[in-house]
Design a binder for this molecule. Structure first.
Ligand SMILES: [Zn+2]
Length: 415
């Protein structure tokens, strides 16, 4: 157990030990550790899932850090290229970065967590030289075969030293949705700072906690995300790793993200007004106060109680209830709200890889979506609730044949 998880006593962004617990979720196994076969040969291990606030830099992070060995043991190999939406996002991204930072032909671009090389391919198409780094060995080898040279390793300061020797310094480093998953984040940033040349720029994209907070996406709090980022804490973090925050932009992916732009300390770019605007926005939301997040936790508890009442009432009237969608965050939601196999008969899921498996902890079976029409549950709780509109649109037929949907968030209600 001890190598599997540890409690982080200091802030990942500023090293302060002034951390305060602001939200307590229910300890769960990692949300992606679906069960292949029941009964279990070995008992499941649950890990605490509590959110801590740093009163020095206002960063939010999970107290307990679960080893990547435990988190990523199942191989749901996500490939960027399979999401048409994200490919379009990255194409536009590459064009806008080339323009904004005057990247010209022959300059070098690196990507940390480059996955199948989709992002770098866009830069390559624009005439730049590219190099990827990704720890998923098979994906890295495949990307290299397809023309995007990818180093199959975890990015770190020591790796950056070797990369700089081998490839020379780079002009631009990019990273998409990797920074919330990295425990030794300052080592990564020091590596970035080392590898960039003096005029170099580092741009990362990561989920934005302001969107989690305003849209109640609390179920994105699960063990794979060790950080919940806002703009303010990046100022100190960049400073102590030899970088400087120069601009921020709010972007759409993942229900709301930020594009954070930095240069080497003393670089040629002026700090744009977007930096102070975003820091002020966070101040206006009182993101510098721990109470803000305890109040958020109370609000989520209240929503949970109301949803639980709806479900208990339906069960008391002997209605059958199924659920729709088994994303990673469904484990957080079900456990936080105390909803399990006693209420939910089965979960329908479009993803073939998840069909036939069981949910962690609750052991609710995951079945193909057609089962919704065969077994005709009276109610279907939408766990992938941020996609409720398109799901209800696609499954009008279920609705028209007398079924009802239950939305858990932002307001628990029956449709
Ligand atoms: Zn801090």
């Amino acid at each position: 157990m001890s190598q599997d998880v540890y409690f982080r006593k200091d802030c990942r962004m500023c090293c302060s030990t002034k951390l305060e617990k602001v939200m307590e979720l229910i300890p769960t196994p990692p949300g992606n550790n679906f069960i292949k076969k029941l009964p279990l040969e070995e008992p499941e291990v649950s890990f605490p899932l509590d959110l801590y606030f740093c009163s020095d830099c206002y960063h939010l992070q999970l107290g307990h850090v679960v080893s990547p060995k435990i988190l990523y043991q199942t191989d749901y190999t996500y490939l960027t290229a399979t999401s048409a939406y994200f490919v379009r996002h990255l194409t536009k991204y590459a064009e806008s970065m080339v323009n904004k930072f005057s990247l010209s032909k022959g300059m070098k671009v690196a990507d940390i967590g480059s996955n199948d090389g989709t992002c770098l391919r866009q830069f390559k198409n624009l005439g730049l030289e590219v190099i990827g780094v990704d720890p998923a060995t098979s994906i890295a080898i495949e990307a290299t075969k397809n023309g995007i040279e990818t180093v199959p390793d975890f990015f770190s300061f020591s790796l950056a030293v070797g990369l700089k020797e081998k490839y020379g310094s780079v002009d631009f480093i990019t990273s998409h949705n990797a920074c919330a998953h990295i425990d030794q984040l300052d080592d990564v940033f020091k590596g970035v700072s080392h590898w960039l040349n003096d005029n170099g720029v580092f741009v990362l994209e990561v989920g934005y906690f302001v969107d989690v907070y305003t849209q109640l996406y609390f179920d994105t709090i699960y063990h794979e995300h060790c950080d919940f980022h806002t703009v303010s804490p990046f100022v100190k973090m960049f400073e102590r790793t030899g970088l400087e925050l120069i601009a921020v932009e709010r972007i759409a992916p993942q229900g709301g993200s930020i594009r954070v732009m930095a240069q080497k300390k003393g670089g040629p770019h002026k700090v744009e007004s977007s930096v102070s605007e975003m820091i002020n926005l966070e101040k206006d939301l009182k993101f510098n106060l721990a109470e803000t997040f305890s109040d958020f936790a109370d609000k989520i508890n209240d929503i949970g109680n109301r949803l639980k009442t709806i479900i208990t009432d339906l069960k008391a009237k002997s209605f059958s209830i199924a659920a729709y969608g088994a994303p990673t965050k469904a484990t957080t939601l079900l456990n936080k709200f105390g909803i399990g196999g006693e209420s939910i008969d089965f979960i329908v899921e479009d993803n073939l890889l998840k069909q036939g498996l069981y949910m962690p902890l609750s052991h609710i079976p995951i079945v193909p979506t057609e089962e919704m029409y065969k077994r005709k549950p009276d109610y279907v709780l939408i766990l992938a609730w941020n996609f409720a509109e398109p799901i209800m649109e696609i499954h009008k037929q279920y609705f028209e044949s007398g079924g009802h949907f239950i939305l858990p968030l932002p307001e628990p209600k029956i449709v």
